[in-house]
Design a binder for this molecule. Structure first.
Ligand code: WT7
Length: 652
């Protein structure tokens, strides 16, 4: 892309990209218009990109009407996800690598062909069956980033079981609540893992979780990964290898309805309780496969590396299901970007000839800090496209990613999506969209974004507003697990008959969008979603804490940092020791991604006359913008605010 930087900070589409693109600018316009004018016809056609056992005759049956939200795609079709991700490729690509697995230790690599993947997944499916799992049953998967994680997920899809994959970061308490919510009878884990040279005590943490749930889980399947000895409860815990010896090799795929649930994924919301986002079979696979091909310009021969943990939606959709449905080679990495050195990502790209690289701004920012030399010891010549996801990418980071990592020749696709959306909803398309740092481009086919003001009025043209989506797309979540009412309430009632994203956005004159950040009580730390209510509940669970309010503030590396205001119970004194204790308490309760950056002890919290905390004021104090409170006429306790300002922790 050298030399085609246009106006300040805008990069036009290089000719060679436009010429060979799946989608050029003209084609985008035409296809997008067609997808909106007639979604049935559009998706009826593109739905055929996956294999159906029984083809669908209806395409779209969806309603966003408040109180009656119902989302069904391809509903009379039947298919099987593992068949699509494996069996379908065997004749032409049986010997192609499906997975390149890179261990925490740079010496540990493995390559798994599609034929090997096929054998592993059938074994795994039979092992799950031997533990009583069948269609519609729930399996919790708690594994490090190793091939077995994908085997276990695909094995679930082979027999129609629903997986719930939990991050290795999950502490016992969260594990227990997610296992209980999903009512999983079987949990898959490993003895332990290693990440950044440090040990992950998976089995130990799982045991602590299961102590709280003696009745729910009947079987724990343990992968011997590090070989570390772990305690095994007789009758409940089994090593995978031992079970595998006792089951057959072959396992035909189960015929699944398009709307049968595929997985549940727990994520933070605006209340203290994590919510189980439910995705289903047919629409999800069509949507992730199609976005993976067009957004990343995926072609046979590409090595695709998405660095996200598989237990998050980005990993589900763009490490596992999208790439494998397209017969791609997908790389999974057990470690961290900084171990054993700051050049680890770049070493992996050169060693494995990665061509499509997809990561989060926080990772780029932290690597940027170690300078260009750490990058330049590698050639990175195999790269042809870069992706960014999870949080807004600031122009400085974008430019660095483009120039230093991409050598100025790789387009960057800044992709916007959510756990709830299943796949990418807004993005530049390489070959079609000119690139502007910080812009997530235009909507993908079939996606109808709108900006609305607080009253729900639709804003036209250049505008800044709340981002809603006006109609359904096949990859959309269908419900919250066992809580359709909360699903309706959180997503479809704020702006009736529209899906509310929780994000704010801006649209420029060319119809390109930029995400301005969350407008609900969620903050985004390094691309991880932090429900402030979850942090608050964890804080008030501590014996010394009376009240807590948590907000985000701008943070140089993490995008946003976590700022907590805490009032103590009578007789408890504020101290640095207590501050440290509260930080580690919250990490232990809900996990290390919830590491509080600042704890300010407060006499009280600013409240309205009706007792509601005024978060706007707390946000401004955390940002050190104490003159920008806006309307404070409902504030019942002004003296409290003065005290908060005097003791604020961020000062420029
Ligand atoms: C929230 C979703 C699916 C990505 C992983 C996080 C923010 C996501 C972008 C982007 C600006 C972004 C939004 C969104 N976000 N991608 N390219 N630019 N913000 O998934 O945990 O469900 O969080 O991440 O605020 O709502 P998630």
């Amino acid at each position: 892309m050298n030399g085609n930087k246009q106006a300040a900070g805008v990069y036009s589409v290089p000719k060679q990209w436009a010429e060979r693109a799946f989608i050029d600018a003209q084609r985008y316009e035409a296809m997008y218009a067609a997808s909106i004018a007639n979604p049935e016809e559009f998706w009826g056609e593109h739905g055929k990109r996956i294999h159906w056992i029984k083809p669908y005759s209806t395409v779209k049956n969806t309603s966003f009407e408040s109180g009656k939200v119902s989302i069904r795609w391809f509903e009379d079709g039947t298919t099987n996800v593992s068949y699509n991700c494996i069996d379908r490729h065997l004749t032409e690509r049986g010997d192609k690598f499906a997975i390149i697995s890179v261990g925490d230790d740079p010496k540990d690599d493995a390559r798994i062909t599609y034929r090997e993947l096929y054998a592993h997944v059938m074994k795994w499916a039979n092992v799950l069956r031997s533990q009583g799992i069948g269609k519609g049953d729930k399996v919790t998967v708690y594994l490090p980033m190793i091939p077995e994680l994908t085997y276990a997920m695909l094995a679930c899809t082979r027999i129609g079981a629903i997986h719930s994959t939990l991050s290795t970061n999950c502490p016992p308490k969260v594990l227990a609540s997610c296992i209980a919510d999903a009512a999983s009878t079987v949990v898959v884990t490993a003895d332990s893992g290693t990440r950044g040279g440090r040990k992950l005590e998976l089995k130990v943490k799982l045991d602590a979780a299961l102590d709280k749930l003696p009745e729910v889980v009947t079987s724990v399947i343990v992968v011997k990964h590090t070989g570390a000895p772990v305690s095994m409860l007789k009758g409940r815990d089994h090593y995978y290898d031992e079970l595998a010896e006792t089951v057959p090799d072959q396992c035909p795929p189960e015929e699944m309805k398009a709307e049968d649930p595929l997985f549940v994924l727990y994520t933070s919301g605006s209340t203290g309780k994590p919510k189980g986002v439910v995705h289903t079979t047919g629409g999800y696979l069509v949507y992730t496969a199609m976005t993976h091909q067009y957004v990343f310009d995926y072609r046979d021969g590409d090595i695709h590396w998405c660095t996200a943990e598989i237990s998050w939606i980005t990993g589900h959709s763009y490490t596992v299901y999208g790439p494998l449905a397209n017969g791609a080679t997908t790389l999974i990495f057990e470690g961290t970007p900084t171990y054993p050195s700051m050049s680890r990502y770049w070493d992996i790209i050169d060693k494995h000839k990665v061509s499509l690289f997809y990561t989060a701004p926080a990772a780029i920012r932290s690597l940027m800090g170690s300078g260009e030399d750490a990058v330049k010891s590698n050639s990175l010549a195999s790269l042809r496209l870069l992706g960014s996801v999870g949080e807004p990418i600031d122009p400085k980071t974008w430019e660095w990613y483009h120039r230093v990592v991409g050598g100025g020749r790789c387009p960057i696709v800044d992709t916007w999506f959510q756990t709830e959306t299943g796949g990418i909803l807004m993005t530049p398309l390489p070959g079609a969209t000119e690139l502007k740092p910080g812009s997530v481009g235009t909507p993908f086919f079939g996606v109808r974004p709108e900006l609305v003001d607080a009253a729900g009025n639709v804003l036209d043209g250049v505008a800044n507003g709340n981002l809603v989506i006006a109609d359904s797309w096949p990859g959309q979540m269908r419900t919250l697990y066992r809580d359709h009412e909360r699903f309706e309430q959180e997503y479809f009632s704020i702006y009736p008959d529209k899906y509310f994203t929780g994000d704010g956005a801006r649209r420029d004159a060319g119809g390109h969008y930029s995400i301005t950040g969350r407008i609900d009580d969620v903050i985004n730390v390094s691309g991880h979603r932090i429900g402030t209510a979850e942090v608050e509940s964890a804080l008030v669970a501590h014996a010394s804490v009376s009240e807590a309010a948590v907000v985000g503030y701008p943070h140089e590396i993490k995008g946003q940092g976590i700022y907590a205001y805490v009032t103590l119970i009578d007789g408890e004194a504020a101290s640095d020791e207590l501050r440290k204790e509260l930080v580690s308490w919250v990490r232990k309760e809900i996990g290390p991604i919830f590491t509080i950056d600042k704890v300010q002890f407060a006499q009280g919290l600013p409240k309205t006359t009706s007792g509601k905390i005024i978060r706007r004021i707390l946000r401004k104090i955390a940002e050190d913008k104490c003159t920008e409170f806006g309307d404070t006429s409902t504030l019942s306790n002004p003296a409290v605010v003065d005290h908060l300002i005097d003791n604020r922790l961020n000062r420029k």
